[in-house]
Design a protein around this ligand. Sequence first.
Ligand code: THU
Length: 139
Amino acid sequence: MTDIELVKEAFEARKNSYSPYSEFKVGAALLTKDGKVYRGCNIENSSYGATNCAERTAIFKAVSEGERHFTAIAIVGFKDGVTPGLEEYAYPCGVCRQVMREFVNPKEFRIIVASGEDHFKSFTLEELLPCSFEPENLL
Ligand code: THU
């Protein structure tokens, strides 16, 4: 699966966003080491605090299906009718970055943020979450 294909999956995932409060629709597509894609969208809640981000939806879907090995996640977020500028990306929130850290090697796992189906850039998790608290801390 190419980065462009994974970004397209994130755009598809965004279509299912449940975001009546912020109207900010986010889609994520998580790629497993064996090439499977898990899609996720943000799911808001009238209590606000119970809202789940698109990235965590995708990760929790995958982990709950037994997946443990991931290579990349593509993310796209914007309001309908507000076309993002080419350099306007929706980066994953801190909680989602920490959840990613639980399951991946931060030097290898890639986070692809997209502002258009053919406009995106890629970071390692280590670049976006340096000096992280990690499972090994508890050993
Ligand atoms: N959101 C995500 O889905 N992912 C992020 O990493 C940042 C924020 C969602 C949560 C909420 O539904 C909306 O975007 C506005 O914060």
